[in-house]
Design a protein around this ligand. Sequence first.
Ligand code: C2E
Ligand code: MG
Ligand code: MG
Ligand code: MG
Length: 279
Amino acid sequence: LLRLADESMYRAKRAQRDGTDPEMESLAADLGDAVRKDQLRVHYQPIATLPDGKIVGVEALVRWEHPERGTVPPLSFVPLAEESGAIRQIGAWVLEQACRQVAAWHGEGHRLHLAVNVSPRQLEPGLAERVFAVLDAAGLPYRDLIVEVTESVPVEDPVAVEQLRKLHERGVRIALDDFGTGYSTLRYLTALPVDILKIDRSFVAKLDGTPEGAAVAETVLRLSRMMHLETVAEGVESSGQAAELAGLGCVNAQGFHFARPMPAAAVSDLLAEQDPASV
Ligand code: C2E
Ligand code: MG
Ligand code: MG
Ligand code: MG
């Protein structure tokens, strides 16, 4: 008991000193067991073509069903998992689940691509080989996997860059997520083997029918075309935004306007509606 009291006092003191939150620390401790205890779920958000809204892909987004706290969103635990290293195990689990699910949709005649978020901590030696093994086991073509990284990937880290290069060489596509929100955004374009730019939703939110509002989205689209990259607009919430993006030549989009992230079964329903003949 004394030790427990000591520990909680120590935690509170440390929280005071360096701004760590004891709540967060207990969440971080639970996170270590989340995979083993089967508390994680993968939701899928459809990625659609503009202007028709046909579903051509999905992004896998992890959720944590915490026994006491209910559903914990990734922004509340992915940073903790990155710090503790648990993201390696979580990331591997998400990849495996999602590859199997998308391969099952392929089997039903829905040729979708799969986008999976990968943290910098995962980009260590052996990652590319493990990804290939998961794709092989699921029977998913390499070309149908998109690895999404943010501008938090250290471009000066040769190990991280090498893993992305290996993936890219074998046909896995690399997307720069939240593009334009980092510090030296343009540097990533030449330092990493990039195939796709995802226009951050903060720039989509600025679309208001004026040239100023469209400036960043339009610039990213033009840059993509010049560099022969694909583009996906994120966070499309209205038909106005979808129409404006379509007018700017944007072909792929994702956002609540089309569909929210949802369990696999709900995506299956949407796919059956969209393409009944193929089932
Ligand atoms: P992200 O990769 O940029 O994913 C898109 C986020 O935007 C998702 O939040 C999605 O629900 C949200 N979103 C989609 N459409 C809209 C929209 O129209 N409006 C608004 N306001 N939001 C929209 P979510 O699922 O909470 O995920 C947040 C972030 O957590 C992700 O951002 C990603 O960085 C990270 N994350 C999620 N799953 C994983 C994972 O398995 N591994 C890693 N490393 N990170 C993950
Ligand atoms: Mg993403
Ligand atoms: Mg994003
Ligand atoms: Mg984001």
